[in-house]
Design a protein around this ligand. Sequence first.
Ligand SMILES: NC(=O)C1=CN([C@@H]2O[C@H](COP(=O)(O)OP(=O)(O)OC[C@H]3O[C@@H](n4cnc5c(N)ncnc54)[C@H](O)[C@@H]3O)[C@@H](O)[C@H]2O)C=CC1
Ligand SMILES: O=C([O-])C1=[NH+]CCC1
Length: 323
Amino acid sequence: MQPRDDNMALNYISFEDIQKVLNFKNLIPCMESALAKFSNKTAVQPVRAVARIKDKNGFLAAMPAVSPEDGAIATKVLTFFPENKNCPTHHAIIIVFNPETGIPEVLMDGDVITTMRTAAVSAVATKYLCTPHPRILAILGAGVQGESHYHALTSTFEFTQVRIWSRTTENSRKLAEKVGAITCQTAEEAVCDADVIVTATSAQTPILKSNWVKPGVHINAVGACCPDWQEIEPELMRSSVVYTDSREAALRESGDVVISQAAIFAELGEVVIGQKEAQRTKTTIFKSLGMAIEDVLSARLVCDLLAKADDQVKVPVQDRTQS
Ligand SMILES: NC(=O)C1=CN([C@@H]2O[C@H](COP(=O)(O)OP(=O)(O)OC[C@H]3O[C@@H](n4cnc5c(N)ncnc54)[C@H](O)[C@@H]3O)[C@@H](O)[C@H]2O)C=CC1
Ligand SMILES: O=C([O-])C1=[NH+]CCC1
């Protein structure tokens, strides 16, 4: 067997390079298309492989996906260590392969994409499932996703008020001051009368109760990605119209779905392709777990944007074994 020659060395795309080109304006339509391709089955994506790390209360996950029509073959590898104190709780890399040869070509940071694509997907869910002209947004959780959801949702809707609650008030105050939102002392106070709610915490037991929310609210439930973790009170799950990114993944990974035994009405992608109804006037929950196809098509978008913006960053799409 021969060693890889220099011509086949991996290109690296950094956190900073990705931040330069990715924004919610280009990412949200890309995520809408990813959801559609997943649900109409033009993309191939198994449920991720998760190895739980018991002593850290976290996991290591491998998230491969392929979209033949985009020439996109890639996998994200992610760790989630929710008890980390002085560094982020999620870390990820993405490996992009040549669609003709399968040669690994690009290694890229996966943190920016994880952060932004999750909120972009929630923006798509909100666009389809919330009542027209939502006024009040409530965000529960003031971490990385809380902040990213603030930006994605306020770039898409004109809210008159954004409220933030976090278990640690100092954190919600910091984020609220940074973005110009209101800090709430309790989750109940934050969600009262809200039109759109985001739950983006590492809670393992419900933080959002049924009798706090107004009928017709749309909820993006982003945390609780393990089958024994919950963010939403089971009664609220059962009394709402529940949408998921992947039905199969939700039945395996979502404690909110598994424990409550709430019925899943549709995948969000099925709504995007017009196969299932968007029940906007009812209380709706989008149970997000995160899908590899979102990462893979975000990575494809970043490669295309960088190739356009700067030919110093070489983003190969050709079969380099021929050169
Ligand atoms: N659906 C998806 O695609 C994705 C979901 N996630 C999930 O979203 C959640 C938030 O992620 P990040 O913002 O990146 O994490 P983070 O670590 O930056 O923030 C976590 C937030 O949850 C709060 N929190 C932790 N334990 C809590 C508890 N017991 N009760 C109430 N609040 C609690 C923290 O104070 C903090 O505000 C996590 O569960 C994460 O796994 C993250 C990325 C993608
Ligand atoms: O899809 C994703 O990247 C994640 N889902 C839950 C934790 C991270």
